[in-house]
Design a binder for this molecule. Structure first.
Ligand SMILES: [Zn+2]
Length: 221
């Protein structure tokens, strides 16, 4: 039987990496930053047939994984057509994260077969393929598992934004290839960030909080 393996394509442009590096600089201005009390609001744009109910489950699972790593989030579902609230239409700022749920392009299906489940463009954009979450659920003969798997894929791609380049690991949610074993870990809530990754993520939480504070102060001037 053909063994399916799922990996993903990570896009890290040079400009994006420069931006990520820049996340640390405002630290000098706000040396006394404390633990954040306000979760990060992540905007979600769903371009697929994923239902609002399934998306809500996926967001809840991704939020749980990120919160356990010290990166608390809330989700705002935005329309993909022009319009929506002012928040959905606002320009991307340095500390922002946006998630797109998209369909696997036909050419990628040919190029990567079943091997792609998403990609990230640091520091702000995480995209996940709906069909890949569907296929992973089928590996476990359980289509109903799709929303939780989609949530783990979202956490993985956001992990790329928070951890920087070369952030795959041999265990946890940042494993580069997902097979049945990882699906079963996902379904039992064990597909998490490693303790080392959690340390980096907590530092990112601080850095992005400082950026948000700096942005707010600037907009008030
Ligand atoms: Zn990855």
């Amino acid at each position: 039987m053909k063994k399916l393996r799922f990996t993903e394509l990570t896009v890290l442009s040079l400009a994006a990496m420069t931006l990520t590096a820049g996340l640390t600089s405002p630290a000098q201005t706000f040396a006394q930053a404390t633990e954040p009390t306000v979760p990060f609001q992540i905007l979600v744009f769903n371009y697929t047939k994923a239902s609002p109910e399934n998306l809500a489950v996926a967001e809840q699972e991704a939020g749980r994984i990120l919160a356990e790593a010290g990166f608390p989030v809330t989700w705002l579902n935005c329309p993909v057509t022009p319009g929506g609230s002012a928040t959905c239409r606002k320009q991307v700022e340095a500390a922002d994260i946006r998630v797109r749920v998209v369909s696997l392009p036909e050419q990628s299906k040919k190029l990567f077969h079943d091997s792609v489940f998403g990609f990230a463009m640091a520091p702000a954009f995480a995209s996940v393929y709906y069909e890949s979450a569907e296929r992973l659920a089928k590996l476990d003969d359980a289509s109903f598992e799709m929303p939780v798997i989609l949530g783990c894929v979202i956490a993985h791609e956001i992990g790329h934004l928070l951890l920087g380049p070369n952030s795959h690991s041999a265990s946890g949610v940042m494993q580069p290839q997902w097979e049945r074993k990882q699906v079963q870990q996902a379904m039992t809530g064990r597909l998490l960030f490693t303790p080392e990754q959690m340390k980096v993520i907590r530092a990112q939480t601080q850095a992005r909080t400082r950026l948000q504070i700096a942005g707010t102060l600037q907009s008030q001037q």
